[in-house]
Design a protein around this ligand. Structure first.
Ligand SMILES: [Zn+2]
Length: 127
């Protein structure tokens, strides 16, 4: 890809996309932790993978449809804190900063397991 200096995953981990969030987007594996799901959802925003975003959204809070802003250019993800959300939990939160051209989003997201798979519930914006 023009201008890319690295083939690391959009989520910020050093692995290549196909070995990282790409496995989850393809349905070859499920994100094992709330943080991994958060990373994969950020990568899905980068890739414009609306189907993945919807199927990893809790049925209770999932929007009927999702229209991504085609002008949005995500530039990086920083995980600030993760609580619970491991293989031993059924709920978890991830606090992150997602940067885009012209600004950033600071959010604490809540995640739950549905049928064993981590899904996004909702989030609150932080300063
Ligand atoms: Zn990734």
């Amino acid at each position: 890809m023009a201008g890319m200096t690295t083939r690391s995953c959009p989520c910020g981990l050093p692995e290549a996309y196909d070995q990282c969030c790409g496995r989850f987007h393809a349905g070859a594996a499920a994100a094992p932790t709330a943080e991994a799901l958060m990373r994969s959802r950020y990568s899905a925003f980068v890739k414009g993978d609306v189907a993945y975003l919807l199927r990893t959204w809790h049925p209770r809070t999932r929007p009927a449809r999702l229209d991504l802003d085609p002008g949005m250019r995500w530039t990086g993800l920083e995980i600030l804190e993760a609580t619970d959300g491991s293989a031993f939990h059924s709920k978890g939160t991830v606090t992150f900063r997602a940067s885009f051209r012209g600004g950033s989003l600071h959010e604490r997201s809540r995640f739950e397991r549905v049928d064993g798979a981590w899904v996004y519930v909702d989030g609150e914006f932080l300063d």
